[in-house]
Design a binder for this molecule. Sequence first.
Ligand code: ZN
Ligand code: FE
Length: 255
Amino acid sequence: MSALIELFLCRTDNFGVLLHDEASGRTAAIDAPEAAAIEAALQRRGWRLTDILVTHHHGDHVEGIEALKASYGCRVVAARADARRIPAVDVTVAEGESVEVGTLTAEIIDTPGHTVGHIAYWFKQEKLLFAADTLFSLGCGRLFEGTPADMWRSLQKLRALPDDTQLYCGHEYTLANARFALSVDPGNQDLVKRAAEVEAQRAAHRFTVPVLLGAEKRENPFLRADDAGIAKGLGLAGADAVTVFAELRERKNRF
Ligand code: ZN
Ligand code: FE
C-alpha cells in the first residue's frame, strides 16, 4: 500500500495534484485551481475526492473549492492564519501540526513570503513536499505580501528537508526559471545540465516536476542566496543572504 499521485495541468500553467492513499481509499487535491480539470483527473483514476489541502488564498489555488465541496462533500484544510480569505474551510492548521489523508501524514510548514499565510505540506514518510508558490523548480514565488527576509527564512526551512524529497510546486514555470537561473549562475555545471534537460522536457510537452530537492539545492539560485559565488556574481560580494535574495528576486521580476 502506498501513496499514488496524479499530476496534471489546470488553467494555463497551474499544476493540479491528486494524492491517493491506497490503504484507506482517501484522495486529496493539493489546492483547487480548476474544478473541471480536477474532476476529470479523479475520473481518469477512479478516485473519489475526500480532502483539499489548500496552500494559500490566491484565486488560481482556491477557485475550484466550492464546486468540488458541493460535488464530493470533501474536507477543506487551510492555514489558520489565512482561513478567512479561503472559502469553505473545515480544518485549520499551522506549523508544528499535522494533517492526515487516510494513513498518510503531512507536517505543516509555515512559508510566508508569497502571501503571509502560505503553508507547505510535507509528507515526511512518503518523501513528498507540496510547496505551491513558495518554492518553484529553479525559482521561487513573487513577494506579494511578505518581505525578502520572510521568504528567505521560508526557503531555508524547505532547504533543510532531506535531499531525496520529491518537490511538487504550484506552476510549470521551470523553463523561464532555468533561463533566469543561468543568467545569475552561468558557471554552475549542474544547472547547465539541468537547463538543457528542462528545454528538452518542455519541447516534448513533458512536465518538469516532480524534482528532487537535492538537485534544487545545487541548482536553484533562490536556495543559494547564502552562496559566496552567487553573491559575487551579482556584484554583492560579502553581502548578507537576505540582501542577495532580494536582489535575485528583483532581477527575476525584471528578467
Ligand atoms: Zn499564488
Ligand atoms: Fe499560483
